[in-house]
Structure formats: C-alpha cells, structure tokens
Design a protein around this ligand. Sequence first.
Ligand SMILES: [Zn+2]
Length: 87
Amino acid sequence: MLRMCLRPFGFLEEAVHTIWLHCSEGNDVNVSEPKTWMCLICGWIYDEATGDPEHDIAPGTRWADVPMNWTCPECGARKEDFEMVEI
Ligand SMILES: [Zn+2]
C-alpha cells in the first residue's frame, strides 16, 4: 500500500506529505478522487476522469500513472509544467 502513496510529485514536497498523511490514516478515499491538471504554458486541461484517449491515456488514469514521456498535446510541455487545479 505504501508504494502507491509515495508518488513522484517531485516539485511539491508539501503535497507529498499531505498525501502521505491521508494514506497513513488508511480510511480516507480522497487520494483516489479524480483530479484535474492544467498546463502552465497553454492552459490545456488534463482531467483524470477523462484521460487523453487520443494519446493512449485511458479514462481514469491517475496523473501519477501518466508516463513521464507524455507531453501536452497542445504545446508539447512535459509533466513538470503542469499544475493541479481544484474544481
Ligand atoms: Zn500545454
């Protein structure tokens, strides 16, 4: 279980810490709720519930599970150029 919690966010240590706390509590399903990410460069939205079927990202794919070599379909930005957006 712990392995699923330690996702490679890389840029936001605080976020990792928060998620780790959720995981350690063991009874919170917030971690599995679909989240939305926005490209900081062009504003393209990645919705985990929708995925990116045109680029072999199935609906429901977690951002953490999107391949590191995936790039923004609009501008070619990489994963580290995206930011999580609360909706
Ligand atoms: Zn973009």
